[in-house]
Design a protein around this ligand. Sequence first.
Ligand code: ATP
Length: 241
Amino acid sequence: MGSSGFLRIKGLRKGYDGIEALRGIDLSLQKGEFLSLFGPNGAGKTTLIRIISTLLKPGSGSVRVMDFDIEEHAEEFRAQLGVISHQSFLYNDLSARENLEFYAALYRVNDPVGKTGELLRLVGLHDREDSQVSGFSRGMQQRLSIARALINDPSLLLLDEPYTGLDEHASILLSGHLRQLHSRQRTIVMVTHDLKRGLESATKVGILSKGRLVYLKERSEVDTDEFEHVYLRYLKGAPVE
Ligand code: ATP
């Protein structure tokens, strides 16, 4: 892999019926890096996550993971991927346990029953494991989505506003688990509007605005107050080339 990076995005553009959502994104992450990506509403963050997840095709440009084009090797790539997004990818008429066992079978997880139990405990849903997802609150569904995304122990985890709907206890559990994944060299890209949580875990910090990556720095080089100031300028609509 060497200098090429674990995740390598080059010249990525995407438009929707005349709207330029992404206008040339270049980004490289090494294995084990944790990027927190901030940006105003409509900046293109979800579009970027959906393209890296192979849920959406790029307009132009490329996304490579471990030097493979993700579109050409979509099936192998998805086996290594975990996604937490606005879509839960859960089956409403199955129970929490059945949902996780379904995904465990799909990913051919060793010991699917044990892994399912472990993740239900991690997200605090073990006492509701036999309840149908259709009766779950939004936060409970989000907790289960997190368990679902972790079932294959992904080497790349993409999180689009993962704290949405979570109570403080679940948020603390998620932050702790992300730190643990990071310590096991998992590569993480997290889109968030939560400055505190985004900054506390990241090794890299970025801002996307108007379809461009306008800021990208190592976390260790970022002064929190200065970053807040820059971020606020973009939230207020600072011009982007
Ligand atoms: P937010 O913080 O509000 O979630 P975001 O940074 O994730 O925003 P995107 O959802 O990627 O932004 O949207 C980027 C731009 O693309 C916006 O102008 C949006 O209106 C447009 N867009 C996104 N999805 C579609 C779609 N399916 N059809 C048309 N336009 C879209």
